[in-house]
Design a protein around this ligand. Structure first.
Ligand SMILES: Cc1ncc(COP(=O)(O)O)c(C=O)c1O
Length: 417
């Protein structure tokens, strides 16, 4: 083993996943060339532990400035005094909020895994680390959304400390306002925007603060196509006391280093979103809807045809009759079309873990490569050729590689110069 092996792996990854694949993993993204060019720098090896402006180390002036620029961009955009870009991921952002606002034994109401909740909303992840007890919302598989009345009853009966909105399988805006109006105002509402931040930032999908959410937690690298990282945003109406708890839960509560090297890329991504975001986000949603229809027209069971399939970047397809999500996702990957298996609400818990019925398809990265509604039809055809027609993997893979080669450039961003 020598260093050449490492270099070769990176070259191979760059060629394969960027140039030869169609990526439909709904939680992934591509930074712009400029954001990417700023990702590796001296900031990489530095620390900047701080409480407020008081930095613990010397040599942190520029680290503080670049972090503050990121916060300022998000503060201005969400018109709130409260943002923190230090959380190093979305799951860690959730842990920070749990540590700040709950005590072990408190109740957390969230969606439940088969209905689309992220693991960090459950006892198997950060909620469990904090010792929270889970109570699931009532979810309607027909509309792929929360049932308001039943969920209000559940919240009233369980008296949770927090209610966690947002999801990993996330097709439609959630009825937050309707629930907020009917439950104790002291119960904090959190909105995990990890998947939809790029839409929410551009005032699409839903406006969580206007609907009664107290805090947004998020990743910065899914539909918001920045560097991998996390963020917490407090509503303009949040008390200073609550925000101070969040602040102290970030540091010293949870983090020491904060991966400062990502902040220049995050700032550039936010500036690009300010410039190109509306066009990008609206194209993402148009593409997702077109993709749902294109799959459905080919007799693939994209969920919720009567609701226009989706309002987000995701399309969910039930592939149980073709052997389930694991088999289908794996066969598509052999053809260089990358997506993941997904548990659906009616899966048994055994199936949900081992062979769920669905696949989850996100169009945000295809959109970034400049693809529009016509291309969604082309990509749906690749799915049909593999899943329904049973065409040979080799033939489809060759066609996918030739197809992707026609889309070499990343869109909705500044030029590198
Ligand atoms: C809803 C939701 N929250 C949080 C996360 C975790 O984000 P991260 O990978 O940034 O920790 C994910 C990951 O996909 C997610 O889907």
């Amino acid at each position: 083993m020598n260093q050449k092996k490492v270099i070769d792996i990176v070259k191979e990854q760059n060629r394969w996943r960027r140039k030869e694949c169609l990526n439909l993993i709904a939680s992934e993204s591509l930074m712009s060339p400029l954001a990417e060019s700023l990702y590796s720098s001296d900031f990489e090896g530095r620390y900047n532990e701080h409480i407020g402006h008081e930095c613990h180390y010397e040599g942190t002036e520029l680290s503080y400035e670049i972090e503050e620029i990121c916060n300022q961009l998000f503060r201005n955009h969400f018109e709130t005094p409260y943002t923190d870009v230090r959380p190093i991921s979305g799951a860690i952002a959730n842990l920070i909020v749990y540590n700040a606002l709950t005590r072990p034994g408190d109740i957390l109401v969230s969606l439940g895994i088969p209905n689309g909740a992220h693991i960090s909303h459950t006892r198997w992840g950060p909620a469990g680390i904090r010792g929270l007890k889970n109570v699931d919302m009532f979810f309607d598989p027909e509309t792929m959304n929360i049932n308001v009345e039943r969920t209000v009853d559940i919240i009233r009966a369980s008296a949770p400390k927090l209610v966690m909105f947002g999801a990993s399988m996330f097709l439609f805006p959630e009825p937050i306002k309707e629930i907020r109006e009917q439950v104790d105002p002291d119960i904090k509402f959190i909105y995990d925007a990890a998947h939809v931040l790029g839409l929410v930032y551009n005032r699409l999908f839903q406006e969580p603060f206007k609907e009664g959410v107290d805090l947004i937690t998020s990743s910065t690298h899914k539909t918001f196509q920045g560097p991998q990282g996390g963020i917490i945003i407090g509503s303009p109406g949040l008390s200073k006391k609550d925000w101070t708890k969040i602040d102290l839960s970030v540091f010293p509560g949870t983090l020491s280093n904060t991966h400062i090297h990502r902040f220049p890329s995050l700032a550039v991504t936010a500036l690009e979103m300010n410039e190109f975001g509306e066009e990008y986000a609206s194209q993402v949603v148009r593409n997702a809807k077109a993709f749902g229809k294109a799959l459905y027209d080919r007799e693939l069971k994209a969920l919720c045809p009567n609701l226009g399939f989706t309002e987000s970047h995701q399309v969910i397809v039930d592939v149980k009759e073709y052997g389930g999500g694991r088999k289908v996702a794996s066969r598509m990957a052999q053809c260089n079309v990358i997506c993941n298996k997904m548990a659906l609400p009616n899966d048994t818990s055994k199936d949900a873990t081992h062979n769920p019925s669905g696949i989850r398809l996100g169009v945000q990265e295809l959109t970034r490569w400049g693809m529009k509604e016509k291309e969604m039809d082309d990509v749906a055809e690749f799915y049909k050729r593999v899943i329904i027609d049973g065409e040979s993997v080799e033939k489809v893979k060759a066609d996918v590689m030739a197809y992707k080669a026609q889309y070499p450039d990343i869109h909705y961003c500044f030029s590198l110069e």
